[in-house]
Design a protein around this ligand. Structure first.
Ligand code: FAD
Ligand code: NA7
Length: 459
């Protein structure tokens, strides 16, 4: 075991889950393999590690981050709680159900700060390419030490790809957009509503990014927000100032024309048109090629690459469940790498994948999506020793969340939920979400009386 070497690519929630899984085995007295995690940024946290930068970073690497200022959790925190590290353990007091990004970033770090996880990670290091040698059964990784501008190679027995899939924009073309006089960007480059105050904003897309960026811009004072859908509208009862229209057909100057024959002038366009699964460091025969969905094909148990299971992908599914799903995946992948979980024959793997795909083909609304992902997680957990949690109950919370959004998209983040781990009921945040313009950790954790004073000063 000691001689085995494991490479983890990316130190976001998925990569950190993999480190945590090995640490948990170590705590139980097991001998663990040598682990090296490569992270191209200078800190961990993946998406949750906010950057103001867009385009390329200081070393010329494509910017990974797609998160923006004033981003609050888009689902109840009780649905993503690590089952081996509760919010109570971290914050020592109840907090609200929809914390802002810096608070969740703090929580993610809390679990690993206590360990020596940093020692496993080589920051500012990008994986450029890898090859697999069938005879030696080893991967050779070609790495780029960005700080020292130095490339080098290292050999590993297993590679865990935890590089996320909400980073490389899917950027469609619409006739006339190349002449549009205002700002045109992808959601990946959106860094907050500030520049869109008093502007007429067009968002193309009808999923999470369109919904959340649209509502944030409305909250922070955009003049109007128009969401343009390709397949289906989001279909909520929007407040005055947000509307949905069918897909843009073309642009003429700053005017957009829509499929229903209407048109409107805009100051800016944000493409909320999703992301590509992109693995430029993998040869095509090892690349996962998939759309953003709940069960990408060719991954046994959603993680083991079927033609080469020593290559493991974490977190590649579209996500209702997030951190706890990455954990369950990472625990099972650890068991496999440590020899405690054996893969069945290729045929049986294929049969299992096909069964999941068949089940998935029958899913056709968000509530069924939740049930499907819950079943997937239960399947993972019964194969490993990730601390069990009430997956069903979390599923019910997701369904309530869907209902809350339908009832009122502006107030759903004021709702509270009960932790399935600790039984703790979340507290109401001291300020209603629509009135809360400050997303800092300091303000969030402020006592109610102090927070009231600050609101009074602001108003
Ligand atoms: P990531 O967080 O994307 O981390 C991948 C890591 O891999 C990064 O640190 C990156 O730098 C590194 N990396 C990439 N390529 C290389 C390379 N070649 N070499 C070395 N390192 C590399 N989830 C929620 O639960 N709640 C939310 O409210 C929520 N909001 C979201 C809002 C936005 C705008 C986006 C984009 C996502 C949101 N998510 C949310 C989902 C989010 O993606 C997951 O919570 C989580 O960050 C996924 O973790 P990950 O580790 O799989 O990927
Ligand atoms: P999603 O959830 O993958 O959604 C992508 C959206 O973009 C979806 O509504 C698509 O419409 C739409 N899309 C894709 N291509 C086009 C074109 N060519 N024209 C018009 N519309 C298009 O991505 P998100 O960014 O919303 O969410 C990703 C994550 O970020 C999520 O986990 C959040 O937590 C934050 P479709 O319905 O396919 O017709």
């Amino acid at each position: 075991m000691k001689n085995k070497r494991i490479a983890i690519i990316g130190a976001g929630p998925s990569g950190l889950a993999q480190i945590r899984a090995f640490e948990s085995a170590k705590k139980q007295g097991k001998e663990i393999p040598e682990i090296v995690c490569f992270e191209k940024q200078d800190n961990w946290g993946g998406m949750w590690n906010y950057t103001w930068r867009t385009g390329v970073g200081k070393f010329g690497e494509p910017i990974h981050g797609s998160m923006y200022k004033y981003l609050w959790s888009n689902g109840p925190k009780e649905c993503l709680e690590f089952s081996d590290y509760s919010f109570d353990e971290h914050f020592k007091k109840p907090i609200s159900s929809y914390p802002p990004r810096p608070v969740l970033f703090d929580y993610i770090q809390g679990r690993i700060n206590k360990s020596n996880a940093r020692d496993y990670i080589r920051f500012n290091t990008t994986l450029r390419w890898l090859t697999f040698n069938e005879e030696t059964e080893k991967f050779t990784l070609f790495l780029d030490d960005l700080k020292n501008n130095k490339t080098y190679e290292e050999k590993f027995d297993y590679v865990v790809v935890a590089t996320g899939h909400f980073s490389t924009p899917n950027m469609p073309f619409f006739e006339g957009i190349d002449e549009f006089p205002g700002a045109v960007m992808h959601a990946h480059d959106f860094r907050g509503a500030d520049q869109f105050i008093d502007k007429d904003l067009l968002l193309i897309g009808s999923s999470y990014s369109a919904e959340d960026i649209g509502v944030q811009c409305y909250k922070h004072g955009s003049k109007s927000v128009t969401l343009s859908y390709r397949s289906n509208p989001i279909g909520l009862s929007w407040p005055k100032g947000i509307e949905e229209r069918p897909l843009v057909t073309h642009f003429e100057g700053s005017k957009a024309f829509f499929k229903d024959g209407t048109s409107k002038e805009f100051d800016a366009v944000v493409m909320c048109t999703g992301y590509q699964h992109k693995f430029p460091f993998l040869p095509s025969y090892l690349r996962l090629k998939t759309e953003n969905n709940l069960y990408p094909d060719h991954l046994y148990k959603g993680i083991f690459f079927q033609t080469q299971p020593k290559l493991i992908y974490l977190g590649m599914q579209d996500q209702y469940y997030t951190f706890n799903m990455f954990d369950a995946q990472a625990w099972l992948s650890r068991d496999y790498m440590m020899g405690d979980f054996k893969l069945p024959s290729k045929e049986e793997q294929r049969k299992d994948i096909d069964q999941w795909l068949e089940k998935y083909s029958k899913v056709d609304d968000p509530k069924e999506d939740v049930d499907f992902q819950a079943d997937y997680i239960k399947d993972l957990i019964q194969m490993t020793d990730y601390p069990d949690f009430n997956v069903e109950k979390v599923g019910e919370m997701f369904k309530q969340w869907l209902q809350d959004k339908e009832d009122n998209i502006l107030t759903y983040r004021d709702k509270t939920f009960r932790s399935v781990l600790t039984g703790t009921m979340a507290e109401e945040h001291h300020t209603e979400w629509m009135d809360e313009m400050d997303d800092s950790l300091e303000r969030y954790l402020m006592k109610e009386d102090k927070a009231e004073k600050k609101t009074a000063v602001l108003s």
